[in-house]
Design a protein around this ligand. Structure first.
Ligand code: NAD
Ligand code: TYD
Length: 352
């Protein structure tokens, strides 16, 4: 059995679903169900005995210790986090609480559990920490992509909190010999992504004929990976990664934000030929401290673990657009009052 944290969020729920499609090993899924956690994402496994959902906080040592003792997992996959840069700018405290302190408490509970395992189980145990390329900071236009030895230079409260957690994970391996694995992945997109992030926000706004708010000049670059490819990479790292190592995960898909938004508009116009989505593009005030470019060099995971993405951006973005068109009830359901308040707060100062 494995224990997954944050398994009701975007990547977490895709990971749980993907995992259960590939084998019968059970999952205990601990998620606090913040605004970003949604049990609807897991409705297809609601009655599946291989999936046990527990509502809880990774910082709750008593709960985590109890779950570890009860279920005796062979691995922990830590996906729980506060994950949205704009929210971290408006209110960093939750990011410190979950991403730094939460990860620390989870590490402590996991280390105590690991220490009392017998030799065989101890040797096989893994703590896999899921992190981001944003910890490396921003790249100049022609600079080579981030490798695993790139210096950490986080620029937002979100990336600083993730960097902090990565350092704790590293220290637990170095100091205690705790068998950690860290992955640093580029921007994900795909089904079940909360529509506060660029791609789902643009698709949902376009479908609702609302403005498409591009920050600054829209020429910032991100490196995009379809979420299922991230999930297969995590499974691969868990199966074959070496304890103490970090692995960068990316899809070799650098694109400007403007290209992304225009592509979404053009694909939607293919589906709804009478509608001109590009007219909805609106330039708004930039994000403070906005990183200009991220790019992942995924050579290590490709060479050492033989992982490669299955989707290109062209195939992944089509699937994603169709998913949002086919699942408009999901979008309506996640757009609660709290979501509407966030949109009001984030975009009001940008004079949308
Ligand atoms: P998300 O915001 O969609 O989901 C996070 C999940 O964690 C939610 O279900 C939430 O309820 C849960 N959670 C939050 N605080 C918790 C706590 N204290 N205890 C237990 N559960 C808690 O995030 P995501 O996009 O799915 O990202 C998952 C992980 O992957 C994060 O660690 C993030 O930093 C990392 N990551 C994300 C991306 C991306 O593009 N989305 C890219 C690279 C890495
Ligand atoms: P986002 O999805 O928030 O991911 P991250 O900041 O973690 O990379 O944003 C991706 C890019 O899109 C980022 O450069 C900010 C930009 N962006 C916009 O231009 N408009 C928007 O409304 C949002 C949410 C993001």
């Amino acid at each position: 059995m494995i224990l997954v944290t944050g398994g009701a969020g975007f990547i977490g729920s895709n990971f749980v679903l993907e995992w259960l499609q590939h084998g019968d090993e059970r999952i205990v899924n601990v998620d606090k169900l913040t605004y970003a956690g949604n049990l609807q994402n897991l409705s297809s496994v609601k009655d599946d005995p291989r999936h046990i959902f527990v509502r809880g906080d990774i910082g709750d040592t008593q709960l985590i210790s109890q779950l570890l003792t009860t279920y005796q997992p062979r691995a922990i996959i830590n996906l729980a986090a506060e994950s949205h840069v704009d929210r971290s700018i408006h209110g960093p405290e939750d990011f410190i609480q979950t991403n730094i302190l939460g990860t620390f408490h989870l590490l402590e509970a996991a280390r105590a559990y690991w220490m009392q395992l017998d030799q065989g189980a101890k040797g096989n145990f893994r703590f896999l920490h899921v992190s981001t390329d944003e910890v490396y900071g921003s790249l100049a236009p022609q600079a080579p992509a981030f490798t695993e030895i790139h210096n950490y230079q986080p620029n937002s409260p979100y990336s600083a909190s993730k960097a902090s957690s990565d350092h704790l994970v590293r220290a637990y391996h170095h100091t205690y010999g705790f068998p950690t694995l860290t992955t640093n992945c580029s921007n994900n997109y795909g089904p079940f992504q909360f529509p506060e992030k660029l791609i789902p926000l643009m698709i949902c706004n376009a479908l609702a004929e609302k403005n498409l708010p591009v920050y600054g000049d829209g020429l910032q670059i991100r490196d995009w990976l379809y979420v299922t490819d991230h999930c297969t990479a995590i499974r691969r790292v868990l199966a074959a990664g070496l304890p103490g190592e970090t692995y960068n995960i990316g899809g070799w898909n650098e694109k400007t934000n403007l290209e992304i938004v225009q592509t979404i508009c053009d694909l939607l116009t293919e589906i709804y030929p009478q509608r001109q989505f590009r007219q909805l593009i609106t330039y708004v005030a930039d994000r403070p401290g906005h990183d200009r470019r991220y790019a992942i060099d995924a050579t290590k995971i490709k060479r050492e673990l033989k992982w490669r993405p299955a989707e290109t951006f062209a195939t992944g973005i089509r699937k994603t657009i169709h998913w949002y068109i086919d699942n408009q009830q999901w979008t309506t359901d996640v757009q609660t009052g709290a979501y509407r308040q966030w949109i009001e707060k984030n975009y009001k100062q940008r004079t949308l």
